[in-house]
Design a protein around this ligand. Sequence first.
Ligand code: SAJ
Length: 414
Amino acid sequence: ETVSVIGLGYIGLPTAAVVASRGINVIGVDVNQQAVDTINEGKIHIVEPDLDIVVRGVVATGNLRATTEAQRADAFMVAVPTPFKDNDSGPVEADLSYIQSAAKAIAPVLEKGNLVVLESTSPVGATEQLAAWLSEARPDLSFPQQVGDNADIKIAHCPERVLPGYVLQELVSNDRVIGGMSQACSKRAVELYENFVRGECIITNARTAEMAKLTENSFRDVNIAFANELSLICDKLKINVWELIRLANRHPRVNILNPGPGVGGHCIAVDPWFIVSSAPEQAKLIKQARLVNDGKPSYVVEQIKQAADEFKRPVIACLGLSFKADIDDLRESPALDIVSDLAQQQIGAVLAVEPNIDELPSHLGAQGVELTSLEQALELANIVVVLVDHKQFKNADKTEFARKVVIDTRGVLA
Ligand code: SAJ
């Protein structure tokens, strides 16, 4: 059997590598020539623990090969980005153009009996749209939306659910929701996933599978928003929110998440909008949660501004830039936005401490932000802002902090 993975990013590459590690012949396809070349050298262009070792191994055995041109295969797994289009007044709708490009790329090489699985997190209806694009391009083949179980091409949605930083474990151990466009599609997709998934493969239809993934991330977003809203209320009422949450969580049926400087990453801050745009009248709470979480970074900047007003020449040490603890991923990071905003507003000298990177993103450097060690930052700063709960900060000697004005958005000192 040959499996082709379309899109070799944070999801596609680990998936291709894990499938290849089961002895299956895998063709990875990506439009990025540099990524393709890197992979064919047995190296990786993204950061994920242990992925380099697995990729090196499967490229060496010849089980994984990358290319920019789609080739014939028995199954295609589509793992391309599904961003959300914004305009000046906010989020508008899902951008399915990468899925459309993937459909264009694989349609010419499709053969009777092939399976196409959409892995990308997608708005409800995207799998049907993919099927429509494929059938338009290949009128000589039959598709499940036309003939159901008897279709030449089987199509299913199986949303990825892996946590960055734990991708290799979770790819294998997580249960998978498999939504076929017909029973036969689901069955065929389960056979593919059973090659490498140790968790359970649970069958549903494509629309429910799409909604299940969006629901998981919206659940987390709404729960984080609850914690973030509590943090605002507690600031107003002069209550320590961390102590409050610890106490409330002693109740057997209460489990509040952690407040923070906002919600980052490429999933939780995006996926709820797919639900909101599909059902704007109904998705009131989900939308409000997004707004609460998106409002947190500017609230933190205001807190810092107020603290800075007390100093003639404020030196502000910002601890952490990544979007969450113990990773180096700065994309869609509220910490990064806060630091950039401080620098732009020229609120004071801004020092950034980020143990997981060697170099600041160029725009921060240009804004005069300096990357320093924790020791140096604590020596120079009069205001310390904890933006990420990296282990280096949690384990640091806290006596130095006592001499500073501290704004602890993550409860590292609580
Ligand atoms: N965060 C908080 N407080 C919390 C938990 C998280 O402020 O109590 C913040 C984090 O700091 C971060 C953001 O939320 O900025 C998101 O972090 P995360 O660890 O909750 O999630 P992601 O974005 O790394 O991965 C999520 C996961 N989804 C769920 O846990 C429901 C993962 O399983 C998905 O596969 C992934 O989204 C995805 O690709 O959709």
